[in-house]
Design a binder for this molecule. Structure first.
Ligand code: ZN
Length: 372
């Protein structure tokens, strides 16, 4: 048994050993930092400390059931394949925001009337509003296909690749031929690119702030949020002031502080005439920033994180009745919202115990119905 790190807490090591034995574990060389991280693909855990929180892994969602999206299709003769591929490559795929690489482009069919023909996926269902618009595009840009008599229609296909080869085969028979390239979430875990030592420092920075504050401000709900750049530069640290205003949760305060910094930055830049401001047209306050907070955020705070377009959230403690990520709603990667962010829970025993101890010291146990 090789441990990547030596933890000071014996309990933490034991917990990690149990996790290691339970699951398939692979050690990956981090290409950028020459450090090793272990990835538990089965449970979505990195180095035994960061647990991936995502909608499809939430309790109640069955990975065998495909989420479906509509796509535009057409039927062509086999001899028209080449022209259609060029048309798709030049006129549709570059403008399509939905990736369709998890399905095969063609499906071979035959019937008595048409003989052998191909059903082809053209693009996502949202790219064109009507069949007439697509037909017009064919008429103008795809001379190799008989656009006048072309059957164009919508069909539903799985939105994502299947989690296992067996399910992929099942979906291929039920919906549309799938391209099996391994579990798509494994690639997400491989690409997560964590410097775990730095993540631990950031998590402890929230706890340091919480500890400083504990007991000094009796009205506070003990929650701290830090917003940082992906390079771990801390931009702001926020406490919770809901005792003074109902909306002043820690996460909301942190986003407000980023807004204040941006107002300040813009007014400073305006003083320098003639300089181009590369951020002036970016209206998303926290675009791709990383957020560290002690407790799982509530619905209001989670939606504020969606709207400000953060890149990643790390929190320590779950809030089963009010949390809006792993506990309810899965707002970090919920279908239908126009932004998703990575959500990770810091599960290391050491920091979780430290948080519990600070909460105990602050004598302010959070009621189970407190919205964080
Ligand atoms: Zn909140």
């Amino acid at each position: 048994m090789v441990f990547v790190k030596t933890y000071t807490s014996l309990v933490s090591s034991i917990t990690q050993s149990v996790q290691v034995f339970r699951s398939t574990l692979k050690f990956m060389k981090n290409k950028n930092r020459n450090t090793q991280v272990s990835i538990d693909f089965e449970n979505g855990v990195i180095d035994g400390v960061l647990k991936q929180i995502r909608q499809s892994g939430a309790s109640g969602s069955d990975p065998k059931i495909a989420k479906l999206i509509p796509v535009w299709c057409c039927n062509i003769k086999v001899t028209e394949t080449k022209s259609l591929l060029v048309f798709i490559k030049e006129m549709l795929t570059p403008f399509d925001e939905v990736s369709l690489t998890h399905v095969k482009r063609f499906k071979k069919e035959s019937d008595e009337q048409q003989g052998t023909f191909l059903r082809a996926i053209l693009c996502s269902g949202d790219l064109y509003g009507t069949e007439g618009d697509l037909r017009e595009l064919f008429r103008e840009h795809c001379a190799g296909v008989d656009s006048q008599h072309l059957p164009i229609y919508k069909t539903d296909i799985p939105k994502h690749g299947a989690p296992t080869a067996e399910i992929s085969k099942d979906w291929s028979e039920k919906y549309w031929p799938m391209s099996w390239k391994g579990n798509p979430n494994h690639q997400v875990l491989l690409n997560a690119d964590f410097d775990v030592a730095k993540e631990r420092t950031m998590v402890n920075a929230t706890l340091d702030e919480l500890e400083k504050r504990a007991g000094q401000h009796p009205g506070d709900v003990p929650v701290v949020t830090i917003i940082a750049t992906p390079q771990h530069e801390i931009l702001t640290t926020a406490y919770d002031h809901r005792d003074t205003h109902v909306l002043k949760h820690s996460v909301m305060n942190a986003i407000q502080q980023i807004a204040d910094l941006e107002v300040q930055r813009r007014s400073n830049r305006n003083a320098v005439a003639g300089e181009e401001d590369s951020k002036a047209n970016n209206n998303y306050l926290c675009h791709n920033l990383h957020v560290y907070t002690t407790h799982e955020p509530c619905v209001m705070c989670s939606m504020a994180l969606v709207h400000s377009r953060i890149g990643r959230l790390v929190y320590i403690k779950s809030m089963p009745s009010t949390g809006a990520l792993e506990s309810n709603y899965q707002l970090g990667d919920r279908d239908g919202l126009n932004w998703n962010f990575e959500t990770w829970k810091w599960i290391a025993d050491e920091e979780n115990k430290r948080l519990d101890a600070i909460m105990e010291k602050s004598k302010h146990e959070l009621a189970s119905n407190t919205h964080i």
